[in-house]
Design a protein around this ligand. Structure first.
Ligand SMILES: Cc1cc2nc3c(=O)[nH]c(=O)nc-3n(C[C@H](O)[C@H](O)[C@H](O)COP(=O)(O)OP(=O)(O)OC[C@H]3O[C@@H](n4cnc5c(N)ncnc54)[C@H](O)[C@@H]3O)c2cc1C
Length: 567
């Protein structure tokens, strides 16, 4: 098996918003970064899918708005779990991130035709309108300009290169091991600093809004290296995700924009059920509240045969519907004149992730992280529009600090041969098992379906102790089986996507296990974590849960949170 070796100052895993922003910041410090990405950079990551909103307090903000008000909105939505230091940084720096995007060429939709001041959209949970946007495709525009800038700065991007594990020797980070899908080559990237910017993991659920790459690789890689994660029990379910028709399944219907325009939620009998739950007006409901109420209505037997509800746009002028999304829906078989669309809460965003400090440093020296793969900012529930602000603000911080760290380290990075061999062993063995006709072999697509159905059934929008225990036992079995039974159907190496899928499966199983463990440990309901057997929030749990893996077991500690500025 061929192994290649390259050396950089900073290795960045992921070419979404966080990874590309980090690469630019690292290069500005004089470091030599490389971006490795599983996909093709211009079509890779969740950032591309970001529809509408990039929230920030701009110099042209609505009078009364300020970073303090923004920070307090995030804390309120996070239900006491958010890390106030991280929140303050996000709220203060998001305006600079918008200005940076403008400096690279993003033209946000103006408040007035022909003007240059961006229009500010309002989203539930934000005290003031503060979402800048570019049509219905702000993420795509952000990636376009970032990628252009990365190419201009001549930063190498290694596409179709899947990071498999960190190389750590005696507690010292030495680089990253990776699998190059087009050639089947194993790669060692030696570097004193690594940034994980690998996005989220909502693909571990059957109904989800995320791209296929969102398999929780960043969490899996960190867990196997003993790095601390935080708030992993909080998985945001987007309330209105299509369950039908089949072609539209998993696409989100933008309730954030449509409910303020008058869209309503109806059950299978055509009844508007919202008010009977007594949780305040629908227009003010954040995603966690909507998902919780909708799950309850479905559980009460008032869902459709496919386990959904309807969102009705009756009475809204069709020209007010997001046109790009309408076109996409039309293309996948949703008739344009249908005003009741069948939706249910689907996994959308991980609030939890690698625990970072204000320097984007993780618990492993030299390892930094940014974007959705990190935890601590959004607490129990993320407000709409704050993921792009987060990946831009913390992407820049991670890039800058990783570069500074790397430039201070001595250059002798090479790990001992036995360390590298043990890091590469799982991938080597997977390759050697592949193509086997063993009846016991588990193929990656079966493993994917298995994880997705376990997570959907037992660790979804609502949970119970018995279900979580069942999920952990089943995932534990799969984690063990991965090492000797998971195999690609075909043994050939070039472009063997099945090997890539098998590597992702390992991360899906580890990530799912981690979410379920944290959800079992937190014996209360808060934000996106709803325990049917402990339906109230408990003061004892107004803290974060930090989790790390040691010898395959979960080790927990609680972390208390302070206050944000202005409180
Ligand atoms: C449909 C949809 C709509 C959204 N709308 C909005 C919105 O309007 N506003 C908002 O703020 N947020 C929105 N979000 C959320 C937001 O887009 C994401 O949370 C955020 O952009 C994530 O950015 P990121 O850079 O952390 O990760 P991503 O953009 O997901 O990038 C992750 C990168 O890591 C790579 N990667 C993963 N694993 C590996 C590996 N093992 N090796 C190498 N590379 C790897 C991937 O290929 C990808 O390049 C939306 C999300 C979705 C799915």
């Amino acid at each position: 098996m061929q192994i290649s070796r390259e050396r950089y100052d900073v290795v960045i895993i992921g070419s979404g918003g966080a990874g590309l922003r980090a690469a630019l910041a690292a290069a500005e410090q004089g470091a030599r970064p490389v971006v490795i990405t599983k996909g093709q950079p211009q079509w890779s990551g969740g950032t591309l899918s970001a529809h509408y909103s990039f929230c920030a307090v701009l110099p042209t903000a609505i009078p009364g708005d300020s970073p303090e008000v923004f920070a307090n909105d995030i804390m309120r939505s996070g239900e006491g779990i958010s890390d106030p230091e991280l929140v303050n940084v996000l709220a203060e720096k998001a305006g600079d991130a918008v200005a940076y995007a403008q400096s690279l060429g993003v033209k946000f939709d103006p408040a007035e035709e022909g003007g240059t001041t961006p229009h500010l959209g309002w989203l539930a949970g934000h005290t003031y309108a503060r979402a800048v946007h570019v049509g219905n495709a702000v993420g795509r525009e952000l990636i376009r300009v970032l990628l252009k800038a990365v190419r201009r700065a001549q930063i190498p991007i290694h596409a179709f290169t899947s990071a498999t594990d960190l190389i750590v020797e005696d507690g010292v980070l030495k680089g990253v091991a990776a699998f190059h899908i087009p050639t089947g080559e194993l790669r060692i990237y030696e570097a004193p600093a690594v940034i994980i910017a690998a996005g989220g993991g909502a693909q571990i659920y059957e109904l989800n809004t995320n791209p296929m790459e969102a398999t929780g690789d960043g969490y899996g890689i960190a867990l196997r290296a003993g790095v601390e994660l935080v708030d992993m029990e909080f998985v945001q379910h987007y309330p209105t995700v299509f369950v039908a028709p089949a072609g539209a399944r998993g696409l989100m219907f933008n309730s954030g924009i449509l409910i303020p325009k008058g869209a309503r939620l109806l059950n299978r009998h055509g009844e508007d059920f919202w008010d009977k739950y007594g949780v305040g007006p629908l227009v003010e409901a954040t995603r966690d509240v909507m998902s919780r109420v909708m799950s309850q209505e479905i559980a009460a037997g008032n869902g459709t045969d496919r386990g959904g509800l309807y969102i009705s746009t009756r009475g809204i002028d069709p020209r007010e519907l997001p046109q790009l999304q309408e076109k996409l829906l039309h293309d996948v078989g949703v008739a344009p004149d249908v005003q009741e669309r069948e939706v249910a809460p689907g996994a959308h965003y991980f609030m939890g992730g690698l625990r970072i400090d204000v320097n984007a440093a993780t618990s492993l020296p030299g390892l930094f992280a940014a974007g959705e793969c990190t935890g601590g900012i959004h607490g129990a529930n993320r407000l709409a529009g704050n993921a792009l602000s987060e990946n831009q603000v913390f992407g820049a911080i991670a890039g800058r600090n990783a570069a500074k760290w790397a430039l201070r380290q001595e250059k002798n990075l090479k790990a001992e041969a036995r360390t590298e061999a043990s890091v590469l062993a799982p991938v080597r063995e997977l390759i050697l098992r592949s193509g086997s006709t063993d009846r016991e072999a588990i193929h990656p697509s079966e493993g994917w379906k298995h994880v997705q159905s376990i997570m959907q059934r037992w660790v979804g929008a609502t949970r119970t102790e018995a279900g979580l225990k069942q999920a952990i036992a089943t995932l534990n079995a799969l984690r063990e089986e991965w090492e000797n039974r998971v195999a690609a159907r075909d043994a050939s190496l070039p472009y063997n996507r099945d090997i890539g899928k098998a590597l992702e499966l390992r991360n899906m199983a580890d990530t799912g296990w981690c979410v379920a463990q944290a959800a079992l440990e937190r014996k209360e309901s808060r934000g996106a974590h709803v325990r049917l057997d402990a339906p109230q929030a408990s003061a004892e749990w107004t803290c974060s849960l930090v989790i790390r893996m040691s010898a395959r077991e979960a080790i927990f500690r609680k972390q208390q949170r302070g206050r944000v500025m202005g409180e």
